[in-house]
Design a protein around this ligand. Structure first.
Ligand code: SAH
Length: 353
């Protein structure tokens, strides 16, 4: 068992089973043993690869989409150019590089990065140092400034802790992490649990597990109220679906699936994002697959332009990256984009009626 696993076993022995959310929180963000606190999870050497790490086109296109929306809304200044969970800072770096030529955008932008890991904050600071744009960090979405908000979040919501509930004959019980033969094991609460009144819960069949991500609901409600009051646009990009049912907790370690209780703190833990209850919190929203949105934002033309300067292996991996981001059998369909806008705002760039 990992060092964090040992601590969790002691904690459960003394205090009883813990929720899946408590387990996820410790695994990802424990100050000493947490996955994001201690590890470099991204890229080929890490445990997983994300869209901005696959190709610069991802950040360029979403950056230009935000800049277009900023212009359409009258180029408000100053405004917050925010990102939730920026990882290595690659996405924001691509955004800033692509928007350099947009008149007034950089001078009006206050870059705000919401990041829990002190180690990753330092990595992000280095990635953005050369752009000369006013940059600060925030602990949570609650600390976003009261200003027009243009925001990106890629694979942030899937890292927020979920709770899991299972429907039984007499009501819902919470799925908990407890002990069996001295080892971490899933079980169900003795007491009945109160669950949110959302369609995924309402329509679940007997025996079905349904997940609730209260921190994701809080994050979206908070950014939505900023956009409602001051204007702006948020693109929330993640893997998941519209009405998620079933157990989707998954661990990734060295690019392979790992049982979620096997290596606490040493594997990435995520859950599918259930977009329906999040969209319900927006004044208005648009929703589509990542493949469809990137295609409408012009990824084909951008890919062709970049291809002109490439040859050999570089050209091949560029084509592979384009395919990986957009093809339905790769990330194109599994990943979705939820755009949060003001009520009665026009459809944001990347979406069609
Ligand atoms: N967006 C990046 C990284 C995704 S990994 C990319 O696409 O490559 C998730 C990121 O969210 C990491 O930077 C992690 O440290 C951060 N994170 C996870 N939980 C968080 C929380 N509760 N508050 C703030 N940041 C968090």
């Amino acid at each position: 068992m990992t060092p964090l696993g040992q601590l969790l076993i002691e904690r459960i022995r003394e205090g009883g089973p813990i929720t899946v959310a408590d387990y996820m929180t410790d695994c990802l963000l424990h100050p000493v043993h947490g996955y994001y606190t201690t590890r470099e999870p991204f890229g080929t050497a890490g445990d997983f690869t994300t869209a901005p790490e696959i190709s610069q086109m991802f950040g360029e296109l979403f950056g230009l989409a935000l800049a277009q929306a900023w212009i359409d809304q009258g180029a408000p200044a100053p405004f917050a150019l925010a990102e939730l969970g920026p990882g290595r800072g690659t996405l924001m770096a691509d955004v800033l590089r692509a928007t350099r030529a947009v008149p007034g955008f950089h001078t009006a932008a206050r870059v705000v990065l919401v990041e829990a890991s002190p180690r990753l904050r330092a990595v992000q600071g280095q990635a953005l140092a050369t752009f000369g744009v006013d940059t600060s960090w925030a602990d949570t979405v609650d600390d976003l400034p009261d200003a027009p908000l243009f925001l990106l979040a890629n694979e942030f919501l899937d890292a927020l802790p979920i709770r899991q509930f299972q429907r039984g004959e007499d009501g819902w019980r919470e799925r908990l992490v407890g002990l069996a033969q001295g080892q971490l094991a899933f079980g169900l609460s003795d007491l009945l649990a109160k669950v949110p009144d959302t369609p995924a819960f309402q329509t679940a069949a007997l025996g079905t597990v349904v997940e609730d991500c209260a921190p994701a609901r809080h994050a979206v409600a908070t950014l939505a109220s900023r956009i409602d009051r001051h204007g702006g646009l948020a693109y929330l990009i993640d893997y998941g679906g519209w009405r998620s049912q079933g157990d989707t907790l998954q661990a990734l370690r060295a690019h392979a699936f790992d049982p979620p209780l096997a290596h606490p703190g040493q594997a990435d833990l995520t859950a599918h994002v259930d977009f329906e209850p999040l969209a319900a919190l927006a004044p208005a929203y648009a929703y589509d697959t990542q493949g469809a949105v990137l295609t409408r934002l012009g990824i084909a033309a951008r890919a062709e332009r970049l291809a002109r300067n490439l040859s050999g292996d570089k050209l091949e991996s560029h084509h592979a990256a384009h395919r990986r981001l957009t093809h339905p059998q790769e990330m194109g369909s599994l990943f979705k984009v939820l755009a949060v806008t003001r009520a009665s705002a026009p459809l944001p760039p990347g979406f069609a009626p």
